[in-house]
Design a protein around this ligand. Structure first.
Ligand SMILES: Nc1ncnc2c1ncn2[C@@H]1O[C@H](COP(=O)(O)OP(=O)(O)OP(=O)(O)O)[C@@H](O)[C@H]1O
Ligand SMILES: [Mg+2]
Length: 243
């Protein structure tokens, strides 16, 4: 089956107001049913790239497209097509997990979900029934992250953006999260995530990109990486090897 390219960065360039060149002509794409993992040092430009897809920031030149829609030209339409989980998920501390799901689902225009659907989504991300009616205030970082992932799943958008999704998860949760990503891939989602977890990136992703100083210095398919030590390769790129 011919798959469509859902997320496209096209010579994406961002110079922040203070002069920092965070992205310098970055181009890549993520197709339906593909997981793209973006690695790179702190400050390499990963979050900036993700934020361009959400139109949280406008590129200085080039463009980010979601399902063909240029994000800075039609941000409302583009945002309908992406679900997003940030490193520090912003949820309502005084709402329960179920209430947060209901609130954000409605905000995203989904009005036909039942309480059972919400409970199923929470179970799916590994939040057990006994915490469904607890306020978010008492949740650990990883539990909030799982709640954010449940919200992203319920949005049922063709693209999912994840900024360091496993940073707050314990090893078991990270393992389960990997399985969840695999399921979402099978459902045809285009998934872009930034991560510092080289091991999981190699395990999970169909394509791995390495960002350095605002540039995409490496991009390889999982087939290309099969016999490679990705950690070693990463270090080589960090040490200045280019191409
Ligand atoms: N709002 C901003 N204003 C000015 N500079 C910024 C802003 N946001 C990020 N930067 C700069 O842009 C560069 C890229 O930052 P970005 O947050 O995209 O990196 P990152 O790859 O996500 O890093 P990390 O792995 O630490 O999350 C850095 O030099 C950073 O200092
Ligand atoms: Mg970041």
């Amino acid at each position: 089956m011919e798959t469509r390219s859902i997320l496209e960065a096209d010579k994406l360039t961002k110079r922040y107001e203070d002069g920092v060149l965070a992205l310098n002509g970055v181009s890549f794409s993520v197709r339906q049913g593909e997981i793209y993992a973006m690695l790179g040092a702190n400050g390499a430009g990963k979050t900036t790239a993700i934020n361009c897809f959400l139109n949280f920031i406008e590129p200085s030149s080039g463009e980010a497209r979601v399902d063909g829609i240029v994000t800075h030209r039609d941000s409302l339409e583009a945002r309908k097509r992406v679900a997003y989980v940030s490193e520090n998920v912003m949820l309502y501390p005084n709402f329960t997990a179920l209430q947060n799901l209901d609130y954000f689902a409605r905000l995203g225009g989904k009005t036909d979900y039942t309480q059972d659907d919400y409970a199923a989504a929470l179970n799916r991300v590994g939040l057990p029934a006994e915490v469904h009616r607890k306020r978010l205030r008492g949740f650990s970082k990883g539990m909030r992250q799982k709640c954010g992932i449940a919200i992203a799943i319920l949005k049922d958008a063709p693209a999912i953006l994840l900024d360091e999704p496993t940073s707050g998860l314990d090893p078991q949760a990270a393992f389960e999260f990997q399985g969840l990503l695999g399921d979402l891939r099978s459902e045809g989602k285009a998934i872009l995530m930034s991560t510092h977890d080289i091991f999981r990136a190699k395990e999970t992703a169909d394509t791995v990109g390495i960002m350095k100083n605002g540039e995409l210095v490496m991009q390889r398919s999982s087939a290309d990486l099969a016999g490679e030590n990705l950690e070693k390769l990463y270090m080589t790129y960090m040490a200045g090897h280019s191409n």
